[in-house]
Design a protein around this ligand. Structure first.
Ligand SMILES: *Cc1c(COP(=O)(O)O)cnc(C)c1O
Length: 398
């Protein structure tokens, strides 16, 4: 069957919630993808920041296969070895206290909301905790996570959403202060806004949020679902700022391709938070995904993935800087480590992306006019050069 026929057949049965790019991917190898007609693509999207180790990283598949042969699922009513090791790795690398594994980022956000409200209920003796979220944020599509997502286009059709949420401007501490009231129990922000256009938090902003939360006994929730797991050259982006959240959410690259997320609490949050009966999940943190999580941390350490990202970041940034100086419609770039955005002016980002795809480069957008680069963390200089050459052509021709 041709790719065209496959795409038409997909639209027969799959609910049309995505305007998919016109390609049918079949397999991956390293940092390359192959479509069903055998064409090769350089992958700078990584399944939206999920495939941090690319495809078939040595040892990863074997670890998963080994776990399949032992046990893929057992209820959270029981202990299992993989849960113990994966949990210990997350708390060790984050320096935080307790972890709850989920199936997705959205569910990690839901857990964080419940944990924050539970904290306020415990400390203040009544429900009704309000949360401050950021404009242009993205936290997921369930009703709770959507309620914290600062994008009216995503929210409007599904209102009324969860109440008790106020929106402030990212990197604007005064606007956060203006949202505070006696019921505010938490502030949530992405450490680096992803979907909204690749905006890293400023040092001053994160320090300010930390201070406000400390002063008022509120919880700081940092969403590390996209920017976490090594993407900034640190396990978690907040580690670059020296600011620890009370609750962190994690997902995407946590299992590098298996559906797993987590919300992670520091000691303070854990001491006054969810207790038996408050929260649960059937699949969350099952042996299959936990084997992946542990293997991902093993590989990151053994092969020094963070050091690699740190070492190569200046080259990626210089390359983007050169594109900005050489290509008129490339108006600027921003980001941290391997989560970078190239701002496009006067041309449609979607057209650039489609052209790049034709030329064998997979990239995605963020916000309205930003090309988002979230490659596997294992790319080399040669891959950056290859990306830049195709992106330059695409920007010029679009
Ligand atoms: C992708 C994403 C989510 C939602 O995660 P899902 O796994 O799609 O549910 C939440 N927050 C951020 C910052 C994300 O990038």
């Amino acid at each position: 069957m041709s790719m065209q026929n496959q795409m038409e057949e997909a639209e027969v049965s799959i609910l049309h919630t995505y305007n998919r790019f016109p390609v049918v991917f079949e397999r991956g190898e390293g940092v390359y993808l192959y479509d069903t007609e055998g064409k090769k693509y350089l992958d700078f999207a990584a399944g939206i920041a999920v495939n941090a180790l690319g495809y078939h990283y040595p040892g990863y598949d074997e670890a998963l296969k080994e776990q399949i042969d032992k046990l893929t699922h057992i209820s959270n009513l029981y202990y299992n070895e993989t849960l113990i090791t994966a949990g210990a790795r997350v708390t060790l690398q984050s320096g935080m206290s307790k972890v709850f594994f989920t199936n997705s980022g959205t569910e990690a956000i839901e857990g964080a909301i419940k944990a924050a409200r539970r904290y306020a209920y415990d400390k203040r003796g009544h429900a009704g905790g309000e949360i401050i979220a950021m404009n242009h944020s993205f936290h997921g599509r369930s009703i709770g996570a959507l309620s914290l997502t600062g994008n009216a286009h995503y929210r409007e059709p599904f209102e009324p959403l969860m109440g008790g949420v106020r929106f402030a401007d990212f990197n604007d501490l005064e606007s956060v202060k203006a949202c505070l009231n006696e019921n505010t129990c938490a502030i949530i922000a992405e450490t680096v806004q992803g979907e909204g256009g690749i905006y890293p938090a400023t040092q001053e902003f994160l320090e300010g949020l930390r201070r406000i939360c400390d002063e008022r006994d509120m919880l700081l929730i940092l969403d590390e679902i996209q920017c976490g797991m090594g993407r900034t050259g640190h396990y978690f982006a907040w580690q670059a700022y020296g600011i620890q959240p009370d609750i962190m959410t994690c997902a995407k690259a946590l299992g590098c391709g298996v559906p797993v997320g987590a919300f992670v609490l520091n000691e303070r949050a854990a001491a006054h938070s969810l207790v038996p009966g408050d929260h649960g999940t059937t699949y969350g943190g099952n042996p299959f995904v936990c084997a992946a999580v542990t293997k991902v941390f093993d590989i990151f350490e053994k092969d020094m993935i963070l050091a690699h990202v740190q070492e190569l970041t200046p080259y990626l940034e210089e390359t983007l800087e050169r594109l900005v100086s050489e290509v008129p419609c490339a108006a600027g770039h921003r980001g941290m480590g391997f989560i970078q955005g190239l701002v496009v002016e006067g041309k449609n980002v979607g057209d650039v992306i489609k052209l790049a795809l034709k030329k064998g480069l997979v990239i995605i957008s963020a916000g309205t006019n930003v090309i988002r680069l979230v490659p596997p963390l294992i790319i080399t200089r040669a891959h950056i050069d290859e990306m830049a050459a195709i992106l330059k052509e695409s920007l010029l021709e679009a």
